[in-house]
Write a protein that binds this ligand. Structure first.
Ligand code: PMP
Length: 419
C-alpha cells in the first residue's frame, strides 16, 4: 500500500515502505516458515545494503588507522572518518563537526558527560533532575556520580498516561539543580516528552540539559540549535547504523571545559612521564583507536535517512502507530501502557496475566519479532507494578499489512492463552 501522507506544512507525500524494504535484505527472512515481521526496532534497527556495503568497502579498500599514518590508506580512512563526522553534524544541525564526539553508543555518551562534566561541575548538595521513565543508561551513570560526589537525584514523576508531570517538575526545579538529563522519547511508553518547554525553563535558570536521543534521533528530525540542548546522546544502531558507534553532541563551551573521559592515544597533545596536555576537541574525548568502520557506516546510515526524509519518516510512523493503536484498542484483553498525545511508534502492552516471554515466544512462532522484558527500565515496571511488558516498535520499513497480521496473531494468542 502506498500511503498518502500530508501535513500542514508540506504538500502530500507519497511514502512507499515497500520501496525501502528492498534495501533491507534481512526483511526477506523466513522465520519458522513465516515471513519475518520485525517489530523490535526500539532495541535495534535493521541495516540497508548501503550501510552493510560501506563496512565491506572500508575493510576491503581503505582499512588503516586514522589521524596517524602519512600514507594513502591512512589518509583515505581519515578523510572518510572525518566526512562521517560532518554528515552527523549536518544531520542534527550542529554548528560544527568539532561538536560531534564518536562514542560506542548512547550509554557511553551519557557516562562520558556524567563522569567528565559531572565530576568537575557537580558537588555535594547539588541536585540532578532525571525522570522516572529513564532507560537505565540515563539513570545509573548519574547514580554513580551522585554517590561519588554526594549529590542528590530528583525525579520528574510520570502520570498514569505515561506523561511527565510538569507541575511536579516545576516544584523540584531549584537553585540547587545543576543539570537536567531526560529522555526525549520513552523506549517503554513511546511518549515524546515536552523537551522544548523543559529546556526553556532550564535556560531561564542557566541549567544545562542533556537529552537522551536514543529513541528520538532515529525517528524525528533533530535540530540541536533549535532545541538549544547542551548535550545530546544517541546510538548508530537504532538508526540503520552498526552497533558499537554512537554520538555525543555538546555545546563547545562544555567540551572545552570538561575533563577528558578516558586517557590514552589520540586524546593527548604532548606527553611527559608525569603529565600530559590534551588534544583539541573532539579528539580530547576519543581515546584509543575509534570504531572507524562503524563511524563511516553511520555516515552512510545518515545519508540513507536523509534521502528518505526525516519528516516523511515521522509522519509515516505516526500514521502507522495511530492505526496500530486503533486496532489494538479493539482487543479487550490487552492493556496498553502509555497514552501520550504526542508519541512515537513504541507500544508496550500485556495480555492479561500471560507472561510477556510466553507471548513473545508465541508471536515468534508466527514470524513476529517483539521484545519482552523490563526494557532496561525497571523503575517504570516497579511503578506500574508489573514484572515486564511485551513491546512492539516500528520503523519506516514496517507496513500496515504487518500490523494487520500482528493483530490477527494477537487474536490467535488470546484464543490460545485464554487470558
Ligand atoms: N536510552 C534509551 C531511551 C534507549 O532506548 C536505549 C537503548 N535501548 C539507550 C538509552 C541505550 O542505548 P545503547 O544501548 O545503544 O547505548
Amino acid at each position: 500500500m502506498v500511503l498518502q501522507i500530508s501535513d500542514k506544512t508540506q504538500a502530500s507525500v507519497q511514502f512507499d515502505p515497500y520501496l525501502y524494504r528492498k534495501d533491507f535484505p534481512i526483511l526477506e527472512t523466513i522465520v519458522h516458515g513465516k515471513p519475518l515481521v520485525y517489530f523490535d526496532n526500539a532495541a535495534t534497527t535493521q541495516k540497508p545494503e548501503a550501510v552493510i556495503q560501506t563496512i565491506v568497502d572500508y575493510y576491503q579498500g581503505m582499512n588503516a588507522n586514522v589521524h596517524r599514518a602519512i600514507h594513502y590508506l591512512g589518509e583515505t580512512a581519515t578523510m572518510a572518518f572525518e566526512e562521517a563526522r560532518q554528515k552527523v553534524a549536518r544531520f542534527i544541525n550542529a554548528p560544527s563537526a568539532r561538536q560531534i564526539v564518536f562514542t560506542r553508543g548512547t550509554t557511553e555518551a551519557i557516562n562520558l558527560v556524567a563522569t567528565a562534566w559531572g565530576e568537575k561541575f557537580i558537588s555535594a548538595g547539588d541536585e540532578i533532575i532525571l525522570s522516572e521513565m529513564e532507560h537505565h543508561s540515563n539513570l545509573i551513570p548519574w547514580q554513580i556520580l551522585a554517590q561519588k560526589v554526594g549529590a542528590k537525584l530528583r525525579f520528574i514523576p510520570f502520570t498514569s498516561e505515561g506523561v511527565l508531570d510538569f507541575e511536579a517538575f516545576e516544584k523540584i526545579l531549584s537553585n540547587k539543580t545543576r543539570i537536567i538529563s531526560l529522555t526525549y522519547m520513552s523506549n517503554v511508553f513511546g511518549t515524546i516528552n515536552p523537551i522544548k518547554r523543559i529546556i526553556r525553563m532550564a535556560k531561564d535558570r542557566g541549567i544545562p540539559v542533556l537529552l537522551d536521543g536514543a529513541q528520538s534521533v532515529p525517528h524525528l528530525p533533530t535540530d540541536v540549535q533549535a532545541l538549544d540542548c547542551d548535550f545530546l546522546a544517541f546510538s548508530g544502531h537504532k538508526m540503520l547504523g552498526p552497533t558499537g558507534i554512537g554520538v555525543l553532541y555538546a555545546k563547545i563551551n562544555h567540551l572545552e571545559n570538561m575533563n577528558p573521559y578516558q586517557g590514552g592515544g589520540e586524546m593527548i597533545q604532548s606527553v611527559w612521564l608525569e603529565r600530559a596536555t590534551w588534544n583539541e576537541i573532539p579528539y580530547k574525548f576519543e581515546a584509543g583507536t575509534p570504531n572507524i568502520a562503524g563511524a563511516i557506516a553511520l555516515g552512510a546510515a545518515v545519508d540513507y535517512l536523509s534521502a528518505v526524509g526525516m519528516k516523511n519518516i515521522t509522519l509515516y510512523e505516526q500514521e502507522l502507530t495511530t492505526y496500530a493503536l486503533k486496532k489494538l484498542a479493539e482487543l479487550d484483553e490487552l492493556v496498553i501502557y502509555g497514552n501520550a498525545p504526542e508519541r512515537g511508534g513504541v507500544i508496550s502492552f500485556n495480555l492479561g496475566e500471560v507472561h510477556p516471554h510466553d507471548l513473545s515466544h508465541f508471536l515468534d512462532q508466527q514470524g513476529i519479532a517483539v521484545r519482552a522484558g523490563h526494557h532496561c527500565a525497571q523503575p517504570i515496571m516497579r511503578k506500574l507494578d508489573i514484572a515486564a511488558t511485551t513491546r512492539a516498535s516500528f520503523y519506516f520499513y514496517n507496513t500496515f499489512e504487518e500490523i494487520d497480521y500482528f493483530v490477527e496473531q494477537l487474536k490467535e494468542a488470546i484464543t490460545f492463552f485464554n487470558p
